[in-house]
Unconditional design. Structure first.
Length: 304
């Protein structure tokens, strides 16, 4: 699990009736991070701060949330909680927590007016703990679905998935909320003709603002890759890119115009490691985390 990395804590807020939720990942002091977006329709907060050429080199928390762009408000509560704890970037006038937000579209599941906000983000932050992490249809994965590129009637449950890869002392772990346009590919898919008609209908539905006949904007796979390696922001960006390669191995089709696929890669600076090794481990960790949601046994929230 992602909490296999020392100092990483995870907490959830879940609204099963509303079909949404949020998940907070907290990092130990000294964590460095960067990010990569490959989907066409991201909902995010503070990602630009993680660009290698930007000044701030720390990351305190990532908030994964449902509720589409509305769900980004959950990060406000996380910032308030961390500020109260004295956690953040130090200024002459107090600390400023560095909190990144990533959201997915789950408004078509359960109650579209149920969205994570500041209070819900703060609750998830207070729930953050080490040890086993609940996965499946919980937290940011509560209203997640996959396989919508052929039409909503083909949708299947998505959810939160996590996996860890190791090589000696080097550990790389991933936590993803999988709410993809595409299908989860278990590795047995054979080469063959792509249903271009389904892809075109998905793109048309997206550009028509979520027409009822297609997948629309009801998508996005978001997540976090964490390693205990000592990496700078440039190295973290390369690891995030590797994570997207893992996503592309486990989802088909990946990174469509109707997805907002985004990954944050964080390094907790605990052991020396070769960057190519860390990237390779990230590919496999993300691939396994995505595929793990296909075995989720939680009840699926009802579609409206």
């Amino acid at each position: 699990m992602i909490t296999d990395i020392d100092g990483v804590l995870v907490g959830h807020w879940t609204d099963r009736e509303g079909g949404t939720g949020c998940t907070v990942v907290r990092f130990p002091e000294g964590t460095v991070a960067s990010a990569e977006v490959r989907g066409g329709a991201p909902a995010s907060r503070e990602l630009e701060l993680l660009a290698p050429h930007r000044t701030v080199k720390r990351l305190d928390a990532v908030v994964l949330s449902g509720g589409s762009a509305f769900g980004l408000a959950a990060a406000d509560g996380v910032m308030a909680e961390l500020e109260a704890e004295g956690v953040g970037f130090t200024t002459a006038f107090g600390v400023v927590p560095i909190v990144v937000g990533l959201s997915l579209f789950d408004l078509s599941v359960g109650d579209p007016t149920a969205r994570p906000g500041s209070a819900e983000g703060r609750t998830a932050c207070r729930d953050a703990h080490a040890g086993p992490v609940d996965v499946g249809l919980v937290g940011a994965g509560t209203g997640a679905t996959v396989g919508k590129w052929r039409g909503r009637e083909h949708a299947a449950p998505g959810g939160l998935g996590t996996a860890t890869e190791r090589d000696g002392d080097v550990v790389v772990a991933a936590l993803l909320a999988v709410n993809a346009t595409g299908d989860v590919d278990d590795g047995t898919r054979t080469a063959g003709p792509v249903d271009l008609g389904s892809l075109r209908r998905t793109e048309e539905a997206f550009h028509d603002d979520g027409g009822a006949g297609g997948a629309g904007m009801e998508n996005t796979t978001i997540g976090v890759v964490v390693t205990n390696a000592r990496l700078d922001k440039d190295g973290c960006l390369i690891v995030a890119q590797g994570g997207h390669d893992g996503m592309a191995r486990a989802l088909f089709p990946p990174h469509t115009s109707a997805d907002g696929d985004a990954l944050v890669a964080a390094a907790t600076q605990q052991v020396e490691a070769d960057l190519d090794l860390v990237r390779a481990l990230a590919v496999v960790a993300v691939e396994r985390a995505v595929r793990s949601v296909a075995t989720a046994s939680d009840p699926r929230p009802a579609h409206r």
